[in-house]
Design a protein around this ligand. Sequence first.
Ligand code: SF4
Length: 346
Amino acid sequence: MAQHPLRFWRETKFALFLLRVGGMGVVGSVRKELMKMRSDTLTASRMAALLACPRKHYWRYEVGLSAAVSTGALRFGSAWHAAMECRWQGMECAAALAKACGGADSFTELDVATLSGLLAGYYARYGGEAETVKTLHPEQEFRYALDGSRTFDICGKIDGLGVLCDGRLALVEHKTTGDSLEADSEYWQRLRFNPQIYQYVLAARALGWDVQTVIYDVTRKPMIKQKQTETPEQFGERLAADTRERPDFYFARREVAVLDQDVEEFAIQRLELSRLILLLRAAGRRARRPEHAWPRNCGGMTCRFCEFCVFCMQNIAVDPAQPPAGFAVGQTNPELSGGVRGRLLG
Ligand code: SF4
């Protein structure tokens, strides 16, 4: 029998409240209940994949396919986030580095040296500076029903929910980028319309945090490279020295206001994207091969960075039960505690 919408809403709010106050480790039974709410999930990265290339979205989120070894950029980004979380917990630089590297899958010596050099620079850059954030609750995971959908839950993980020194509530986002951090860089304009942020703002508000602003804490990836004559350790030391010499090149923090109009527009687009997924999924059931229903967006900026390029560009048919060499079918969101399996093999 269908649940009364009001009762469903009350139970959802209660479960979210328990998630908020209980921490993620002690609410397994509640989470299991939440996991039952919808059969599918919609994350910011899933929406980004759909917008970038529907075919990529199909392989990653419908099938649950991914490269067995994550890319260097992905590994580094995860380790950087882990290091930032350690810093907010008050750890010294060396301890934060050790913790971040310890959790990093397949980290090379050069990865460790790069992380070490950047992290040393970050600590030096902000070490003596008064923080604008008074208290921070790092790594807040969320999951709740998408309003207007019977299929999708919204889920993800917020880098940090913070209370600023002036009392306002804020999202704190740590980012790494290859773009310039100059004040007039286009990077900052793009961040303002970053769908991930709106997803997090709406989630924070669902968790009872009426966030009004976003603090972006951005670190630029190194532009210098290891020399042939250098060991990884020597490169790490040179990088650390470079970050201390020109800190504004590598590190920037900026506050971006959250405009209600932008958030409302995002909520409409998000619902439309969830409907688009259902539409293409239904078309896939009628197609000779289900992937045919999900158009390719071939382009330099999409295919060059796509993990599925090796078989997609050859038009090779993939059997999800026997993934191509170097690929595995598994969780679509391994960074989330619930994981979430690919739909086809879930
Ligand atoms: S290789 Fe290009 S067309 Fe194929 S899935 Fe990736 S981005 Fe899409």
